[in-house]
Structures are given as structure tokens and as C-alpha cells.
Design a protein around this ligand. Structure first.
Ligand code: HEM
Length: 261
């Protein structure tokens, strides 16, 4: 079933009858498939609640304002070459100093994280991340944060840049980019009662004329709008403030380097 209306999307995302499609549970430790069986993103019920709690607890130690500042500084330092910045800044905030190793491993593991398409390179990257992050307790919440953030945050920044005009208000630009051009275009669920797969088309739901006036128009003056780009209901993104801070920090340095210095 394909869902395109905003109200139906909210209803599915709020109903525990719909769960993320289950992932393989018997993969060898240290592989990407194994990792997918350890994270909140693909788990349900009490296991999901506990894993989400651990991630949220970690996120609470990261100050969005400090992430924003660090993202601006790192982008300026690299002369505007921003794509590694969100992961490097998050990694540094989580205590990882070997940026090159971290960014390489996160990029390789993140490529198959949502789809589950694992190859030897992704498996090796997961093993490397486990090693890199094992010094300080359970590495899984921090690996979850890094992998969830990687492509989504870069996608948000890249999409915002396609709309950016000199002098734009960066927070408004990000808000409307989230609604109009979500980096993740769809969310999938399984109906536990019928076994049916449900796909929520986030682009369509974010342009539902029942909720958004002139939905196709990219309108910086729209103000806060109830887009579903950070999810909704039972398991929304727990890091929207962090994601927005990283994105705004990068955009400030790219769009207004003189003011950001
Ligand atoms: C600092 C950057 C980010 C971090 C650390 C992060 C972290 C997470 C985590 C841990 C989850 C799983 C929550 C759970 O299982 O309960 C999640 C879910 C989600 N994230 Fe984020 N995220 C980031 C950036 C983004 C961005 C930029 C977007 C989109 C613009 C996004 C959209 C989502 C959505 C839609 C979900 C829910 C998926 C679902 O309902 O199945 N995230 N995020």
C-alpha cells in the first residue's frame, strides 16, 4: 500500500501495529547485517524503547549550539568543502579524534545501513567503527547516531543549497527545504496484523493540499509547517535539533563566509 495523504501518514506512523520491516537477526557479529539487528531504527516494542532511550541519552550530551559553531568553523577551515563536516563534527563531539578513519568508516557503513545491502567493504567499516568506538562503553548508541546522521544531514544541506539565494534566512531556508525536498523520500512499515508492506511517500505527504497552501511552491515565508521529514508518532527522529544545527552551521559558512568568520 502506498500512502500519499498527510493524515494517513500520521495515522500509520502513530500506530504500533505498523513496524519497520524486520531485519535478519543471525548475521555474524561485526557485520553490517549484525549492526542493523542491534540498532533502535530497525527494532520494535520494548527493545526499541530501550535502544532509543540509550541514543537519546547520548544525544542529550551534545549541545546543538556547540555543534552549529563547530560546523561553521570546520567548513570555513576547509574553504567551503563541507561534505565531511557533519560527520567529523559529530564524531569529535562523541570523542573520536581520528577524523579520517571515522569519516571513511561511517561513509562506507552508511551506504548500506538503510537498505541492508551489505558488501565486504561495509562489513569491514562496521568492524572498524566497533573497534574505534569501543573504548568508552557500549559503542552501539554512538554508531547509531553517526550512521543515522551521515547521509540524511548531507542530503538536507545539499537540497538546501539547490534553493539558496544570497541573503536568505538560513533557518527559514532549512525549514522549507525539509518540507519541499526531504532527503529521505519514503518510509516503510510492515502491518503486523496483515503482513502487508506500507510505503509512506514523504514528498507527497509534505505537499498534501489539505495541509499546505500552494504546496508545490518553495516559500521561505511559510513559517513552521507540519512536515513529516523527521518522521512522526511512535519513532520520530530524536535528533532533529542536532541535524538542524549541523546543517545551519555548514550553510552559514558556505553562504555567508564573511559574516561567519
Ligand atoms: C545529527 C543528525 C541525525 C541523527 C543523530 C539522527 C538520529 C536518528 C535516530 C537514532 C533515529 C532512530 C530513532 C528510533 O529508532 O526511534 C532516527 C530516525 C529518523 N531520522 Fe534522524 N538523525 C539525524 C538526522 C536526520 C535528518 C537530517 C533527517 C531528515 C531530514 C532525519 C530523519 C529521520 C527520520 C524520518 C527518522 C524516523 C525513521 C522511521 O520512522 O522509520 N534524521 N534518526
Amino acid at each position: 500500500m502506498l500512502i500519499t495523504r498527510h493524515a494517513e501518514a500520521v495515522a500509520v506512523l502513530s500506530d504500533t501495529r505498523y513496524v519497520p520491516p524486520p531485519v535478519r537477526q543471525d548475521a555474524p557479529a561485526g557485520t553490517l547485517s549484525w549492526l542493523r539487528a542491534q540498532v533502535s531504527r530497525f527494532s520494535t516494542g520494548e527493545v526499541h524503547a530501550e535502544r532509543r532511550r540509550l541514543v537519546t541519552e547520548r544525544l542529550a550530551t551534545l549541545d546543538p549550539a556547540a555543534l552549529r559553531q563547530a560546523a561553521t568553523a570546520a567548513t570555513l577551515e576547509r574553504g567551503g568543502d563541507w561534505p565531511d563536516v557533519p560527520t567529523a563534527v559529530l564524531g569529535a563531539a562523541l570523542g573520536i579524534t581520528d577524523e579520517k578513519r571515522l569519516v571513511g568508516a561511517v561513509a562506507a557503513a552508511a551506504a548500506g545501513y538503510l537498505s541492508g545491502e551489505a558488501g565486504p567493504e561495509a562489513d569491514a567499516a562496521v568492524a572498524d567503527l566497533v573497534e574505534l568506538l569501543s573504548g568508552e562503553g557500549d559503542p552501539i548508541p554512538r554508531i547509531t547516531i553517526l550512521l543515522q546522521a551521515h547521509a540524511a544531514t548531507a542530503g538536507l544541506i545539499a537540497n538546501a543549497l539547490t534553493h539558496a539565494e544570497p541573503g536568505d534566512d538560513i533557518d527559514g531556508l532549512l525549514r522549507e527545504t525539509l518540507r519541499h525536498d526531504p532527503p529521505l523520500k519514503a518510509s516503510r512499515r510492515l502491518d503486523r496484523q496483515t503482513g502487508d508492506e506500507v510505503t509512506i511517500d514523504l514528498v507527497a505527504a509534505n505537499r498534501d493540499p489539505a495541509v499546505f497552501a500552494e504546496p508545490e511552491r518553495f516559500d521561505l515565508t511559510r513559517g513552521p509547517a507540519p512536515h513529516l521529514t523527521f518522521g512522526s508518532g511512535v519513532r520520530p527522529c530524536p535528533a532533529s535539533a542536532h541535524a538542524l544545527a549541523l546543517a545551519a552551521g555548514v550553510l552559514e559558512a558556505v553562504l555567508r563566509p564573511e559574516d561567519a568568520r
